[in-house]
Design a protein around this ligand. Structure first.
Ligand SMILES: [Zn+2]
Ligand SMILES: [Zn+2]
Length: 447
């Protein structure tokens, strides 16, 4: 039987990508994300799904036979693969049958295991199968290879997938303005040599023409130094899953004679990926100490990290740079920030106005007189970056995904399919796909 593939999620949303490729009775499914869809009923921290069935029956998860708990048993002919650890690519994993192998890069495996131990991880043993970058994993008629791309978390991968009659490339999430643009560039070169029939590429920032209005990863440190010089109290949020960024924080506090204060979770992940970390590198905020997992408490003890509470931070505004993630905003009550304090938002939840907590974050900051300053750097390439990659890879067909406006992505001489949810595509769909006209592309990007 010839190869066919179906997109089960992540077409007109940022994340939630689930693509199933079938060939000769074998099935490869990559990414298992969960996202909020603007038009669907949502679950939240209070309104919880009882099982995968609740997610499926509300449109928040696909029906995939033999994958989720309660389905028929795993048949040995299904393999999952993950591009990276972000929740919009892994959020359905808690519902997956634990015996199904899940192909991951070594750093993705490391991060998933670390999250299981110390934070909002899945806390359930899953059957991860680590595969070094560049090594081919054979699975029935499939040959699968992971290769690194630059994104804002360790282990992020693109995938090259081959069956007897189709060559496929999945970009995962990627950027060219991070600290490792060569990873993304090398992926594009490798994908180009692979001569894919289809390229699934992310278009998160399809409305952004270029990177003129964003901070690049290397811009964060100077922006922080400038901001910290003029701030009294200084607080921040970021993704603890991006431990490499902590180096920018450490350099910025050094340049401004402050001390970095991290949550224990962030310290643990930094220590895991960038450590080992000496006891005087930073202080830990002790406000959430009662929630530390045994592994976290053990690491704090082993490293001899010192703690400080929000009460002890009061009145010493200019001495510190304090991580205050959303769940710890209540610490502002004890800190009582001085006038002229700033909150540096460097990604992390809530991410933006599409999240319910966004307004509340701003209310907390306004009430305590703290100025909001965005100092983050996105993990996603601009439209021109994505177009540059498409041109270089030169697939037979490009399918833009992982985007609120996938129609903005495309070039006039490369065939494009704007994918339809649940449709089974075959080689003949790819052979007959047409190129978007320049007028069509211009209209999509008219604003
Ligand atoms: Zn994503
Ligand atoms: Zn991501």
């Amino acid at each position: 039987m010839s190869t066919q593939f179906t997109l089960h999620g992540g077409i007109d949303t940022i994340g939630g990508t689930i693509i199933a490729v079938m060939c000769e009775g074998h099935r490869l499914i990559f990414d298992m994300g969960r996202v909020h869809h603007a038009k669907l009923p949502a679950f939240d921290a209070v309104l919880l799904p009882r099982s995968i069935r609740d997610l499926q029956h509300s449109g928040n998860a696909p029906q995939l036979h033999g994958v989720f708990q309660g389905d028929e048993e795993w048949d040995g002919k299904t393999l999952l693969a993950l591009s990276h650890n972000h929740l919009d690519h892994t959020g359905l994993l808690p519902y997956v049958q634990p015996q199904i192998p899940i192909l991951v890069s070594p750093d993705t495996h490391h991060m998933m295991t670390a999250l299981d131990l110390v934070s909002d991880g899945f806390r359930k043993p899953l059957n991860y199968e680590e595969i070094p970058f560049g090594q081919v994993r054979e699975f029935g008629p499939f040959r699968i290879l992971l290769t690194p791309v630059d994104h804002d978390t360790p282990g992020a991968s693109a995938m090259l997938i081959e069956t007897p009659d189709m060559r496929m490339v999945y970009s995962g999430d990627l950027r060219l303005h991070g600290l490792h643009p060569n990873w993304t560039e090398d992926f594009a070169a490798m994908a180009s040599a692979f001569k894919p029939d289809v390229l699934w590429i992310e278009g998160t920032r399809s409305p952004a023409v270029n990177n003129d209005n964003i901070l690049k990863e290397r811009d964060i440190e100077p922006a922080l130094v400038e901001g910290l010089h003029t701030a009294t109290g200084a607080y921040f949020t970021f993704y603890p899953r991006h431990p490499e960024r902590v180096h920018s924080f450490l350099n910025a506090v050094k340049a401004t004679s402050r001390t970095l204060v991290l949550t224990a979770e962030s310290a643990y992940l930094f220590d895991e990926f960038e450590g080992p970390t000496a006891s005087d590198t930073f202080l830990l905020l002790s406000d959430d100490e009662q929630t530390w997992s045994p592994a976290l408490a053990q690491r704090v003890k082993e490293r001899g990290w010192k703690t400080i509470s929000s009460r002890e931070l009061h009145g010493r505004d200019r001495e510190f740079f304090v991580q205050l993630p959303y769940p710890l905003l209540g610490s502002l009550i004890d800190i009582k920030p001085a006038q002229g304090s700033k909150f540096f938002h460097m990604n992390g939840n809530p991410l933006g106005p599409h999240e319910l907590a966004w307004d509340n974050l701003h209310r907390w900051l306004q009430y305590f007189g703290v100025d909001f300053v965005y100092t983050g750097s996105t993990g996603h390439g601009s439209r021109s970056d994505i177009h540059q990659l498409i041109l270089q890879i030169d697939p037979r067909v490009v399918m833009p995904i992982h985007s609120l406006q996938p129609q903005r992505i495309g070039v006039s001489h490369i065939a494009r399919i704007l994918p339809v949810l649940g449709k089974a595509y075959t080689q003949s769909d790819l052979q007959t796909a047409g190129c978007p006209t320049q007028a069509e592309l211009d209209a999509a990007n008219a604003d």
